[in-house]
Design a protein around this ligand. Structure first.
Ligand SMILES: [Zn+2]
Length: 425
């Protein structure tokens, strides 16, 4: 077969332009690549994965399944965010986001070899995109054998372009996200990173919908407590069951001239709803305190690590001189589920009706530390409280670190109705 015959065959098999194939093939042969190998390589480049079946079939996004190996889809780019990851000991920048067509949405990852820029809002045809399973769902893998062409076509999609989101709508796994927020809390931390010690920022962001924790892995000057900023290209991870906003070297942070208002209240949930969500950074619960758990009242902490110790023994540091502290672990029940509410020294002092010094004296007089926990139990068990704080759900159970703890002023019948509605739902 002559070169021209090979060109003819490839162009017809792959349904691509003959001139293009000829140019590529001549190039490869000039570099002494054997003809068979050169043809294989072009088949890979133009999409026929070496099989006999020509280009992969065009599919609607809803039809793409994890059984597909390669597909061609035409879709609108919803979001596009970069992330630096490490594999095989090397640093790689990947691009991730979501695509949509009339039938649905699908996420994608674009690897090193994929060099097209994806702009949110563009309609793009992706030829020969790989399909892999991610989190139980199909995801498109865009690589050097994926051909892209921006098409002049408007798709009637049912999805928001650009990734602008309020904090409550964020979910772990979201990528290429833009938020406009106020930095509610911010502190510098030194961590052991990939390349030794690095400084990062961590804290809390707020908007009108709520609050979420954040980490800035590449500290941006504009991120400081009290500042209102627009952050583009963030991604969302799970931290203790709740979404956490991640700011990276690829994120753009722009100060806003107008201050972003932050919601005063945390969303109110039933305990069951909150526990089933896997964790809530800032939530309000209401229920009855049914018990005060062991480890409440006047306790001792290890001076090294702050863990609560018993009989002067820390699990990590052995025999230590314990430091006195006040803490309460109260079980809250609203009829749907229970949660352990943890009150710090200040909240504990308030319900106990005295500070650490008073508690010490109380215990000395009675020659028993337990009197402190007993008095707390006497005062709160059986009463109804509204609690606000951060809920984590893990192998240690459902624990809420309270920032507010106050006796409920709710109308009991109103709460009963809320519960009924929930049970019926
Ligand atoms: Zn310790």
């Amino acid at each position: 077969m002559s070169l021209e015959d090979h060109v003819e065959e490839l162009a017809s098999d792959l349904d691509v332009d003959k001139e293009e194939v000829r140019r590529d093939l001549e190039n490869l042969v000039e570099y002494s690549v054997p003809m068979d190998e050169a043809k294989q390589s072009l088949r890979r480049k133009y999409g026929d994965g070496g099989g006999s079946d020509g280009t992969p079939s065009s599919k609607a996004i809803s039809e793409v399944s994890t059984d597909d190996s390669n597909v061609t889809v035409t879709a609108v780019v919803l979001t596009s965010g970069r992330r630096s990851i490490q594999y095989n000991g090397e640093q790689h920048v990947i691009r991730e986001g979501e695509l949509a067509d009339e039938s649905g949405t699908i996420s994608y990852t674009a690897w090193d070899g994929f060099d097209a820029d994806l702009e949110p809002g563009q309609t793009v045809q992706f030829g020969n995109a790989g399909v892999r399973e991610w989190d139980g769902k199909p995801e498109l893998n865009l690589g050097d054998s994926t051909q892209t062409s921006v098409v002049d076509e408007t798709l009637d999609i049912d999805a928001e372009v650009g990734g602008e989101s309020s904090l409550t709508d964020l979910e772990p796994g979201d990528r290429g996200i833009t938020v406009e927020v106020q930095v509610v809390e911010c502190e510098e931390k030194v961590i052991d990173g990939r390349d030794g010690e690095t400084t990062i920022l961590s804290g809390v962001l707020g908007d009108e919908s709520g609050r979420l924790p954040f980490t800035d892995w590449e500290p941006h000057d504009a991120i400081e407590a009290g500042a209102s900023v627009r952050i583009e290209e963030t991604f969302v991870r799970e931290f203790r069951g709740a979404p956490s906003v991640n700011v990276s070297e690829f994120s753009t942070v722009t100060p806003l001239s107008e201050s972003v208002a932050v919601a005063e209240d945390a969303p109110r949930m039933s305990i069951r709803e909150a526990v089933e969500s896997g964790g809530q950074f800032d939530v309000e619960l209401a229920g009855n305190v049914i018990e005060i758990r062991d480890g409440s009242g006047l306790i001792e902490r290890c001076p090294e690590c702050g863990r609560v110790i018993q009989n002067g023994q820390c699990r990590s540091h052995g025999a230590v001189e314990g430091e006195d502290d006040l803490r309460t672990k109260a079980i809250l029940d609203d009829g749907t589920a229970t949660v352990t509410v943890i009150l710090d020294d200040e909240l504990t002092a308030r319900i106990y009706g005295g500070d650490l010094e008073d508690a010490r004296e109380h215990a000395r007089d009675a020659m028993d530390k337990e009197v402190v926990a007993d008095r707390i139990a006497d005062r709160v068990v059986g009463l109804e409280y509204v609690v606000r704080g951060s809920l984590s759900v893990d192998e240690y159970g459902a624990n809420l670190n309270a920032s507010e703890f106050s006796e409920s002023e709710d109308d009991p019948s109103e709460r009963a109705n809320t519960l009924l509605r929930e049970v019926e739902a």
